[in-house]
Design a protein around this ligand. Sequence first.
Ligand code: PRP
Ligand code: MN
Ligand code: MG
Length: 175
Amino acid sequence: MKHTTEMMISAEEIDQKLDILAEQINAHYAQSDRLLMVGLLKGSVVFMADLCRRIKGHVEIDFMSVSSYGTGMTSTRDVKILKDVQSEIQGRDVLIVEDLIDSGNTLNKVREMLLIREPKSLALCTLLDKPERREVEVPVDFVGFTIPDEFIVGYGIDYAEQYRNLPYIAKVIPL
Ligand code: PRP
Ligand code: MN
Ligand code: MG
């Protein structure tokens, strides 16, 4: 598709938002030891890198890779684990770190998969939320930006694997 991109959220705005999110997360986990931040590959990598450096205390990071397949008849998707976390989840405070919640299918399934392993607590953090696109409800604890249903890229988010390296978030505009 022929397209162009247009900056929507600047690197400075992202930076300021991360300070706010980190403050909330640090306050929430002030009494916690060994917080485990779990990022979903690949989109969350850039956000995780910037966020985890603002979190205080003993923090560990880990990653999961999942893929979702449409089942055809319904909009609900089957989510398969391609790469699991290496960390023990049981008894831990776990914070899932995502770049974007769209339909909610990915996070909903990942949440269920991790809850089975009996974490001490499980919370969700997303940089971007597109509530208009939601198909399944997911409880989100920390949200950076709530955005309209726009096609976006950058800061880890791709269009056909491109643009993850953009330091800001941009709209994709078809030409
Ligand atoms: C994107 C995004 C979220 C997910 C959100 O990931 O990074 O993980 O889709 O969509 P949902 O709420 O409708 O499930 P994608 O599957 O494109 O993989 P990627 O992170 O490797 O780009
Ligand atoms: Mn993703
Ligand atoms: Mg993607």
